[in-house]
Design a protein around this ligand. Structure first.
Ligand code: AMP
Ligand code: ZN
Length: 489
């Protein structure tokens, strides 16, 4: 089977054969969330896209070290070098400690990632846990003569760097054009050039999150943490760096420059960028007010939604688009995804029950080759899903007796479904019974406690249980053979 992966490297702008630096090990770094608010569906799409990348690399047998950071300091409003830190601002408004904000939204993020069945990263480093390393790299960049200090803040000297290495190599931008597109500095500005970016900012008296440094109390610039944490855990040169398309510039461009200035190398071999989730063609984002939170989508409790959808339907919806294409969110698109998902999973389930014959009209090897070809072509999950629909049709024909399947083919197909649907696409059957088994078990326990209370003539306990269940729309009926229950429609 051809298991050679090709991936689209944003740096070269072309598909390349994937050859890890040190096989079978693969270093994968993905920019994580800034934990100052709930993650919205757009954010989730990027993390789900890279979950597919992580899962497929593992499926191919690579030993992946997946590092995804938590930005818990240094990300200023509007991604700029001025303004308030996003986390500090939220802490001030909610009258909480910044670390309470960080904890709250990190937990929320983890819960969302769990619900979408993403694999946890192997290391999840935080910016605040790596202040010392950030100060170290700033010193290296200063020693290289590519950063300068002004009033306790340190800025990266983009023009000087650009004399040695091209600034803009990832996003295809040219420094001259960038300069003409930026405002000219007024006398108040500390920077030598508007393109320069902060590596360290002096903390104003009101800035809560601050650390000691050789330049006084301050905090790191946002771009720095990813340079530091990726190379600390994956090495000064590592395989894959990913993130959303919107991070290409300036965030990733700055990462490249910082790493090269400090270590003299280009840290990342393959840059991968996931495209945006849009709503009516506009990027879903908190600041534009068109974002939907995962919980709102699950419950349907949002003005843009007709009803709720299961997390697996949402994941399937995302997998039906290639990670480098934009994906437009709409009620209709989700309804179609839901129908497709149910149809697909129902057919795949029939596979187990197909009667076996001596001979087979079905070629499992041909499906395997197609599945690998799709995924080896830059993780093309929509093509994989279209082959899965073909397989579903074949299974339905076999179920209707129009095609024969032998035992070996059946086992091979069951293994393929397990690998590609469950392991690679990360999809799970929507098991109604899982929940209802649990509910039945819990209700048996509750009704047993109530029966004992009644036997002891403890009417207040038995009534309290009945009333509290009634408040949850669960009706308990006492009969000759004990109590039964049902959910009020
Ligand atoms: P942030 O917390 O804003 O730094 O974003 C976390 C991740 O979500 C980044 O990789 C962004 O590129 C990504 N992201 C933000 N908005 C969207 C969107 N509408 N669609 C897909 N990814 C997004
Ligand atoms: Zn980053």
């Amino acid at each position: 089977m051809d298991t050679q992966l090709h991936l689209y490297n944003t740096l070269s702008g072309s598909k390349e054969k994937f050859e890890p630096l040190n096989p079978p090990f693969v270093g994968l770094y993905v920019c994580g969330p800034t934990v100052y608010s709930d993650v919205h569906l757009g954010n989730c799409r990027t993390f789900i896209s890279f979950d597919l990348v992580n899962r497929y690399l593992r499926h191919l047998g690579y030993k992946v070290r997946y590092v995804r950071n938590i930005t818990d300091a240094g990300h200023l409003e509007n991604d700029a070098d001025e303004g308030e830190d996003k986390i500090s601002k939220r802490a001030r408004i909610e009258q909480l400690e910044p670390m309470e904000i960080v904890q709250q939204y990190t937990l929320d993020f983890h819960e969302k990632m769990r619900v979408f069945n993403t694999l946890a990263p192997d290391i999840e480093p935080t910016a605040t846990g790596h202040i010392v390393e950030q100060i170290d790299i700033i010193q290296k960049i200063m020693e290289a003569g590519l950063a300068y200090e002004v009033n306790g803040s340190i800025y990266f000297d983009v023009l000087k760097y650009n004399e040695q290495e091209r600034y803009g190599m990832l996003s295809g931008r040219k420094v001259e054009e960038l300069i003409s597109g930026t405002r000219t500095l007024d006398g108040q500005d500390e920077k030598r050039n508007a393109l320069d970016f902060a590596l360290w900012k002096k903390a104003s008296p009101s800035h809560i999150m601050r650390w000691n440094s050789p330049w006084g109390k301050g905090f790191p610039g946002w771009h720095l943490e990813c340079s530091v944490m990726s190379t600390k855990y994956l090495g000064e040169t590592f395989d894959i760096h990913g993130g959303g398309m919107d991070l290409k510039f300036p965030h990733h461009e700055c990462e490249i420059a910082q790493n090269h200035a400090a270590h003299g190398t280009h840290a990342v071999r393959y840059w991968l960028h996931g495209n945006m989730l849009t709503f009516e063609g506009t990027k879903m984002s908190k600041s534009l007010g068109n974002s939907i939170l995962p919980d709102e989508l699950f419950t349907g409790d949002h003005k843009l939604l007709n009803r709720g959808f299961h997390p697996m339907v949402v994941r399937f919806f995302m997998m039906q688009a290639h990670y480098r294409s934009t994906l437009d969110f709409s009620n209709e698109a989700l309804e179609a995804a839901e129908k497709g998902y149910q149809r697909l999973m129902a057919s795949l389930k029939i596979l187990e029950t197909l009667p076996e014959t001596e001979q087979s009209d079905i070629d499992a090897g041909a499906y395997e080759a197609k599945f690998y070809a799709a995924m080896n072509d830059d993780f093309n999950s929509p093509i994989l899903i279209s082959h899965l629909f073909d397989l579903a049709k074949t299974i339905n024909s076999a179920a209707e007796g129009r095609l024969k399947i032998d035992a070996t083919t059946k086992v091979a197909l069951l293994e393929l479904v397990e690998s590609f649907v469950i392991d690679v696409l990360g999809l799970q059957a929507i098991e109604e019974s899982g929940d209802s088994d649990l509910a039945n078990g819990l209700m048996n326990v509750i009704l047993d406690v109530r029966a004992r209370a009644r036997a002891n003539k403890d009417w207040s306990t038995s009534d309290a249980i009945r009333d509290q269940l009634a408040a949850l729309d669960i009706v308990v009926k006492d009969g000759k053979d004990g109590a039964t229950w049902e959910v009020k429609k």
